[in-house]
Ligand binder design. Sequence first.
Ligand SMILES: NC(=O)c1ccc[n+]([C@@H]2O[C@H](COP(=O)([O-])OP(=O)(O)OC[C@H]3O[C@@H](n4cnc5c(N)ncnc54)[C@H](OP(=O)(O)O)[C@@H]3O)[C@@H](O)[C@H]2O)c1
Length: 202
Amino acid sequence: MKIGVIGTGMVGKTLATKFAELGYQVLLANSRGTEAVARSIEGSIASITPSETSDAMGCDVVFLSIPWTGVKDLLETETPQQGRILVDTTNIFLTYPPNATIDDLKGGSGSETIAELAPHARVVKAFNTLPFNTMFAPTPPKMRRVLFVAGDNESVISTVASLISELDLQPVMLGSLATAGRQMELGGALSALELLAPVKGD
Ligand SMILES: NC(=O)c1ccc[n+]([C@@H]2O[C@H](COP(=O)([O-])OP(=O)(O)OC[C@H]3O[C@@H](n4cnc5c(N)ncnc54)[C@H](OP(=O)(O)O)[C@@H]3O)[C@@H](O)[C@H]2O)c1
């Protein structure tokens, strides 16, 4: 399975590094081209391929890890190819804390908007409900941190849940983007909710 990651901030670089360390072929992109991507991962020993966004969009699973304000422009230019899985890690900030403002989607969610903008992709919402330094912080022995996954296709949710498990997180598979996805959105019941689950079998 080839993994594309779009965004070289905290989220994109963390996911790219962790999946590369697991042995996946990872293509990492930002808006400034391959040299800028290579600079952003200078010093990393993980085997990550700096790419253009169009190449990252061609991967089997694509993580969209850019600011919400750039999503519409990007997806109006380039979208994943037919059947690819697009994992939406974004939060719908218009401006970030401490002066945060949140987009008004009139009861909809960012992932539903993304699914409309990328109609050929199968969109999943994950990795957005906790800050990354919390998500990957150490846990007590035999415990894993819970990560929610929402989407409109059960097998696609399962594929992403398997990837989450490989990162030593505990996936909790939820329902559709319109129900669960909205609860994972900023201000929703699952946003910022940190849970730990015992490792199965222990
Ligand atoms: N940080 C967290 O702990 C956290 C946790 C959960 C969810 N999130 C969400 O995940 C997303 C990414 O967060 P982050 O903290 O990693 O953001 P960030 O530090 O602001 O990094 C965003 C990255 O996206 C790239 N980018 C911006 N526009 C782009 C475009 N049109 N095409 C390709 N790349 C583009 C930027 O690079 P260039 O400007 O060089 O292109 C930058 O590398 C955000 O939506 C955020 O709300 C963040």
